[in-house]
Design a binder for this molecule. Structure first.
Ligand SMILES: Cc1ncc(COP(=O)(O)O)c(C=O)c1O
Length: 369
């Protein structure tokens, strides 16, 4: 408290912060000095290391996570007239990837506890046009892979895992991205980063070949263009960063999990705190609470210098883009949850003092109930 009786908040805690060490800096500088900046040997090295980490045959590096989803659907041959089931509550890229193919995203509701795909609603929404299901391991909590895989097997559908938020997460002891076709993002707020970047993981060697062609102008050799492709390549600069970050990923995740445990134990009980459901490893890409008086809550966080995020403020089909396209959904839980979620800092750079401060601020907010 200062002499005017105003509370003096000393801290500024960002909601996300990439941790870049000397290993990453040295590796990136090496690439810069080599002059070999675009896709080359380091991309190959990153792909091998990532495939081994996830436990799959192939990993294909691309320029970002949106492109990973886009190429996965393209390589599977999803196109006009097809339907793809997606959760109503996710980052918009999950559904947009379906639009890129001129296919139709069909929105399903979420489970109230995990905020992930509701398997019963997935089964409800399948039609004879459905070709694939994209499950999202939202906030780092794996979706119910067993239930969703069974539905995919029963109806002969492709399973795509949007693992943009779930590097190193596990479902029943197996890494996310190893069940279907995995799509990862390395955006700077993610559990590991390559500045920007993405990776597609698969056990299907033929699919991996198609993905590599699509990524690079359909080029099967030197200027041997056998199909229409894109420039969706990752650079060696990004790969250098990614290789060093991958080595640290398990350590980052353990710190996220420890921070989440602290917050779960020390935050007030009149807000809904994250739950871990089933035999999963939740890697806390986000630590998301649900509150009634969200505006007041986030105003107080801001005043106190505690960074926060709203992931996400609307169900995807409520976004102006989907409204304008006339693509609707009827997902009551997704809509309700979107009005209440607040992400608090949980990143690995937080120290004990930061965590105590976050708890003190959150527990001191008058929520008027
Ligand atoms: C669930 C989800 N899917 C896809 C993406 C897209 O990844 P990128 O930002 O790398 O394109 C993100 C990124 O935020 C995401 O959170």
């Amino acid at each position: 408290m200062d002499s005017n009786g105003l509370v003096d908040y000393p801290k500024k805690i960002p909601v996300a912060k990439p941790e870049i060490g000397k290993e990453e800096i040295e590796r990136v500088v090496e690439v810069l000095k080599s002059g070999m900046l675009a896709q080359g040997k380091l991309v190959e090295e990153f792909e091998r290391a990532f495939a081994e980490y996830v436990g799959v045959r192939d990993a294909v590096a691309v320029s970002n996570g949106t492109v990973a989803l886009d190429l996965a659907l393209k390589a599977l041959g999803i196109g006009e007239g097809d339907e793809v089931v997606v959760p109503a509550f996710t980052f918009i890229a999950t559904a947009n990837a379906v639009l890129f193919q001129r296919a139709k995203p069909v929105f399903v509701d979420i489970d109230e506890k995990t905020m992930n795909l509701d398997a019963d609603d997935v089964a409800e929404k399948i039609t004879d046009r459905t070709k694939a299901v994209i499950g999202v391991h939202l906030y780092g909590h794996p979706f119910d892979v067993k239930a969703i895989s069974e539905i995919c097997e029963d109806y002969n559908l492709f399973l795509i895992e949007d693992a943009a938020q779930a590097h190193g997460a596990e479902f029943e002891g197996r890494k996310t991205g190893s069940f279907g076709i995995g799509c990862f993002s390395f955006y700077p707020t993610k559990n590991m980063t390559a500045a920007e970047g993405g990776m597609i993981t698969t056990n299907d060697g033929e699919l991996a070949k198609r993905l590599r062609l699509l990524r690079n102008h359909g080029d099967a050799g030197k200027y041997d263009h056998i199909m229409l492709g894109y420039n969706y390549r990752m650079t060696d600069l990004q790969a250098a960063l990614g290789i060093e970050q991958l080595k640290k990923l398990d350590g980052f995740n353990e710190r996220r999990i420890g921070n989440a445990e602290y917050l779960n134990k020390n935050l007030r009980d009149d807000i809904v705190k994250p739950m871990v459901v089933g035999k999963v490893k939740h890697v806390f890409h986000q630590y998301v609470v649900r509150v009634g008086e969200r505006e007041r809550f986030v105003r107080e966080l801001s005043r106190a210098g505690v960074g926060y995020g709203i992931h996400y403020p609307l169900a995807v089909y409520e976004q102006p883009l989907y409204r304008s396209l006339g693509i609707n959904g009827d997902c009551r839980i997704a809509e309700e949850v979107s009005r209440r979620v607040v992400s608090l800092p949980v990143h690995p750079s937080l120290n004990r003092e930061d965590l105590e401060y976050i708890a003190e601020v959150v527990n001191g907010i008058d929520l008027g109930c």
